[in-house]
Write a protein that binds this ligand. Structure first.
Ligand SMILES: [Zn+2]
Ligand SMILES: [Zn+2]
Length: 361
């Protein structure tokens, strides 16, 4: 019987439980999870802050697995046939393919019926694993799958399935041009993916602001040219550096991957007239934020853009980005835990002691 870590009560430790064996029906894929990512948003889920979460449930929306069983022909988004033993990842969000947003607006991240493994499905009625903190997961027939290569590192690709995809969506909406000066607020997994994508887009300077004073050698490997810590620089010093780098104009594009109003306070005024501010860090509702609409947006022709999750095209872009520099991305994985220590894995994310935390069932 496959085991999974179950959230029975918000704010309480996960409990390891046995689940009944399942077998795939037509189009479904049974995977053996080899790596599950612990996301910052899993803390909101386990604490009860995410309004989408029903309990009891198995957390974990980021997963890479090996195909254990199939019930018939099955293909990935590139049209490659999927066979038993293949290493795959999948779009954590399942969308209807029929609504206005899936068809006319062509933005499935806004699908009105979108549901997410490890976030929005309970593990009861029927009693079944629907998240990646588990030994096995049955993927529904409408789950979009990306076949990985044998030499892809599962623990590294896990980050592509969520942070990487969301960063790719952010970059698509940011419309960075070669030569742009880019500001990234936050250098967690999303921030590092943003830096790597911005570099690939030809950004000339990539300034990143992080909270803690520790050096972050990885930031440079991902393309960050100026790393500033909130603990070691004053706001005036950060403003001056950006002013010096941009002849006093401000950055062409600023992207926040933190999700706190204080970050908006600092970042939005640093955007040059005609530039863009992209907010991707907010995963759960936050207090309303007072905005100087005239001074910061209207008078400056500034575009303020929100980003919600990602679709499978973005996840595919992230997979390809990781393959361009697998050694650097491998260093992003700082913690690995067995399934039995899922609570320790969550704690490692809460402590911010590493960058990417992985559970290896
Ligand atoms: Zn995630
Ligand atoms: Zn839809």
């Amino acid at each position: 019987m496959p085991k999974a870590a179950v959230l029975r009560e918000f704010g309480k430790p996960l409990v390891i439980e046995d689940f009944p064996e399942v077998h795939p029906g037509p189009g479904e894929v049974l995977v053996k999870i080899v790596a599950a990512g612990v996301c910052g948003s899993d803390l909101h889920i386990t604490s009860g802050e995410d309004p989408r979460t029903p309990i009891p449930m198995v957390p974990g929306h980021e997963g890479v697995g090996i195909v254990k069983e199939l019930a018939g022909p099955c293909f990935d988004v590139d049209g490659q046939e999927i066979n038993e033993g293949d290493l795959i990842l999948w779009n954590r969000g399942v969308t209807c393919g029929k609504c206005y947003y899936c068809t006319i607006a062509k933005d499935p991240s806004l699908c009105s019926d979108r549901w997410t493994y490890g976030i929005s499905r309970s593990s009861e009625k029927p009693r079944q694993i629907r998240g990646c903190y588990a030994e096995e997961l049955l993927l529904t027939a409408d789950t979009q799958i990306i076949k990985l290569k044998e030499d892809d590192n599962p623990a590294v690709m896990v980050a592509a399935s969520c942070s990487g995809g969301t960063a790719a969506h952010t970059i698509e909406l940011a419309k960075i041009k070669p030569g742009d000066v880019v500001l990234i607020q936050g250098v967690g997994p999303v921030g590092l993916f943003l830096a790597a994508f911005a570099k690939a887009k030809g950004a000339s300077e990539i300034i990143a602001i992080k909270r803690s004073p520790e050096k972050e050698p990885l930031a440079q490997e991902f393309g960050v040219t100026h790393l500033l810590s909130l603990a070691e620089t004053s706001r005036e010093e950060r403003v001056k550096l950006i002013s010096d780098l941009t002849s006093g104009r401000g950055v062409d594009v600023a992207m926040e991957a933190v999700g706190h109003n204080s970050v908006l306070d600092e970042g939005l005024p640093l955007v040059r007239p005609g530039g863009a501010y992209i907010s991707v860090g907010f995963g759960v509702p936050a207090p309303a934020w007072p905005l100087d609409t005239f001074g910061l947006i209207v008078r400056k022709n500034v575009r303020f853009q929100g980003v919600w999750v990602s679709d499978v095209s973005h996840i595919r872009q992230a997979v390809l980005l990781v393959r361009n520099n697998p050694e650097a991305f491998a260093k992003m994985v700082t913690h690995r835990f067995p399934l039995s220590e899922a609570n320790k894995a969550l704690q490692a994310v809460a402590d911010r002691s590493g960058i990417k935390v992985i559970i290896e069932p």
